[in-house]
Design a protein around this ligand. Structure first.
Ligand code: ATP
Length: 328
């Protein structure tokens, strides 16, 4: 085991998520509190490879708790996937005097951390920052709650126009491999049907639900579709297919896209990021490594990072049943 931790390096990596700045602020201030230096590397692992860094003092992170995105920028670094890239990153960390790392990102970021720590003796802690909520070991990832609120706000607006014109709207939301956003925002916005990657409900069931809605006198309908849904059709093909089968519907498509990543973080995400950031520094100083901080039953706990990546966090299937009942 190496000596005491005097300097911590931090990155934001992978897809950006609202609340990453709040987490950076918490890491930097906890470092100041515990008299540890804090260095931020720009553009995730790429900044480590290029030695592109900045000192993060308690004052340099002022006024960022409310800001979306990340002041350190984020990137997907191909070079870090190579041994050579990771070696360069390690050399720069040694040159900079870094004793431990805080990695803020998604499962890919943690995979990078695992590969790095197997080759070099560098303690690290992961903070789950991704709007997808697709990481085991935490009930919520930083950015997920904000993304949910953004999606619900957008669907509420789409509902206004859908009801004014008696239309059927297909709203595509982010989630290639995980349906958390679709499922929770769909229930929150009162969607008639929700299509997610985890459950193959089939297009026939969708047609039945829509026919039932029409018969029950509904004037507008919203179908929330996760990017990775299992219908085998993209959202535009799905809308065409449904209008072909149910010509009484006037269907439109709305793809929410990158707006789901942006915006000022919700209070929940700010509090979560603040707790995770402080705890990450404290766990590192207590000698923990190769773990991820997570929120379980209201408490900040740690999970072995390989378990967090390997296990999938289950969606709440009860919400599908609730949607079924509420779309009566
Ligand atoms: P999001 O869930 O928002 O997409 P992420 O952290 O999963 O975020 P990725 O692009 O998958 O985003 O990973 C971030 C970076 O981590 C990659 O660009 C790459 O540099 C590094 N990385 C990912 N997987 C590995 C791996 N197996 N080995 C080394 N580095 C990796």
């Amino acid at each position: 085991m190496k000596g005491p931790i005097r300097k911590i390096g931090v990155i934001t990596s992978g897809g950006d998520a609202p609340g990453m700045n709040a987490a950076l602020r918490a890491v930097a201030r906890a470092c100041t509190y515990y008299k540890v230096e804090c260095i931020g590397f720009y553009r995730g692992y790429q900044g480590m490879i290029e030695g592109d860094s900045v000192e993060l003092s308690a004052r340099s992170v002022r006024n960022i708790i409310s800001k979306g995105g990340t002041i350190l920028k984020s990137a997907r670094s191909k070079e870090f996937r190579t041994v050579e890239g990771r070696r360069k990153a390690h050399e720069n960390l040694i040159k900079e005097g870094i004793d431990a790392l805080v990695l803020i990102g998604g499962d890919g970021t943690f995979r990078g951390g695992v590969a790095f720590s197997k080759e070099f003796d560098m303690p690290f802690i992961g903070i789950p920052g991704t709007i997808d909520n697709d990481i085991a070991g935490t009930a919520s990832t930083i950015g997920y709650d904000t993304a949910l609120n953004t999606v619900v706000d957008s669907i509420d607006k789409i509902r206004d126009t859908a009801s004014s014109h008696n239309r059927l709207f297909f709203v595509e939301v982010m989630g290639r491999d995980a349906g958390f956003i679709a499922l929770n925002a769909g229930v929150g916005a009162g969607a008639e049907e929700i299509l997610i990657p985890e459950e193959d409900l089939g297009v026939d069931r969708l047609l039945q639900t829509l026919q039932k809605s029409k018969r029950s006198g509904k004037l507008s309908s919203i179908v929330v579709v996760s990017e990775g849904d299992k219908t085998g059709k993209n959202v535009f093909e799905l809308a065409d297919y449904v209008t072909e089968k149910l010509p009484q519907y006037d269907a439109r498509v709305s793809v929410l896209g990158h707006m789901q990543r942006g915006g000022s973080p919700s209070c929940f995400d700010r509090v979560l990021a603040s707790r995770m950031g402080v705890n990450a520094v404290e766990f590192l100083l207590d000698g923990k490594s190769n773990v991820m901080v997570g929120l379980i039953e209201g408490k900040i706990i740690t999970t072995d990072i390989e378990q967090a990546i390997k296990n999938t966090h289950d969606i709440n299937r009860e919400l599908l049943r609730i949607t079924d009942i509420l779309s009566v």
